[in-house]
Write a protein that binds this ligand. Sequence first.
Ligand SMILES: [Fe+2]
Ligand SMILES: [Fe+2]
Length: 340
Amino acid sequence: MTTLARAVQNLGRSGPVLREASASGNLRVLASLLGPAYRGLVMQEARGTQSTAMPAGHTAVFDWSYLRDRPQLTRLYEAAKSPEQRLRQRHDLLAWLLSQSLHGEQGALFAACQVTEAVPWLDAKLYGSSQVVDEGRHVEVFHGYLTRKLEKLYEINDNLYTIVDALMTDSRWDVKFLGMQIMIEGLALGAFGTFRQITGEPLLKQLLTRIITDEARHVHFGVLALQECLKGLTERERREREDWAFEVSLLLRNRFLAWEFYEEHWAHAFRRSEWERLSVESRLMGVFRKTMFKRIVPNLKRIGLLSPRIRPRYDALGLLAFEGGRAAPELTANDLLEDV
Ligand SMILES: [Fe+2]
Ligand SMILES: [Fe+2]
C-alpha cells in the first residue's frame, strides 16, 4: 500500500476520534492538536522507525541568576537525588573508616618493630617478631582493598596521628605497648568486629575475620607483657600511665567524629560545632563508640590502669559499662568473632 493510500485509510479510521477531539468547539485547542493528530493518527510517524524528530516550538529560558526560590521543589529535588548520594556517602564513610584502620596498621607495624627491639624478655621478642609479620600483611591487605576495591584513600585523622606520634616518639617501651597493643589495637578489635557484623560484602567479611584472629593475639600479648611490667613501677609511674591512657581514650573517641568525611560531604550544610554535637549526641554513633571501647576497658582494668582515682572520668564518658567484660586472656578469637 502506498503512503498516500495508507494515509487516506487512516484518516477514515480516525474520523470518530478526530470528531471527539473537536467536541469542545474550542478552535485554539483544535488548532494545537491538528498537527500532532495528523502526524500521529494519519501519518503514524512513530510506527516502524527507530527514532522520530519532533520540532519543539517552545522558548528555552536561561536563568543567569540561579535563584532557588521554590522550597517545595527543592525538597522534591533533594529527595530524588538522595538515594545516589546516600550510596556515595556510605562508600566514602567505609573508605574513611578503613583508611584510618590502614594508618593504624602502619603504626602497629612500626610499633611492633620498636617493641620487639626494646622489650627485655626473649619470649616477648620472639612473639613480637611474629606480630611484625602480621602487621605487614594487615597493611598490605587494607591498602589493596582501599586502592583496588574502593578506589579511595583518606588521609590520617589528626587524633589518630597524635596517638601514633606520641607512642613512636616515647622512649619507654611499655608506653608504646600501652598505646598500641591495648588502646589502638583494642579499639581496632571492637571496630573490626562491628564492621564484620554489619557488612554484607564477602571479601571484607573474610579479610576482617582473619585480621581479628591476629589482633586478638596481639592484644593478649599486650595484656600479658604489661601486667608484668606495670607491677614493677612506682605508684607515681603507674598513675602517669593511667592518665596517659585516659588522654588517649579521649583522642580515640574524637577520632570517630569523622572530620575528614564531614569536610567532604557536610561542611557546606553544617558548622563544625553542629556536626560535632550531632555526632556526639547521635544514638547510633554513641552505640558505635561504646562498642569500640568494649575491648579496651576490661584490659585497662586487668593491667591495673583503672583505679578508683580514674574511674569517674571514664564513667563521665559512659565507658565504664564495659569494665565487667572479659579481658584478652579470657577471650579466644572465636569468642571475639561471635560476640560483638
Ligand atoms: Fe594489625
Ligand atoms: Fe595488631
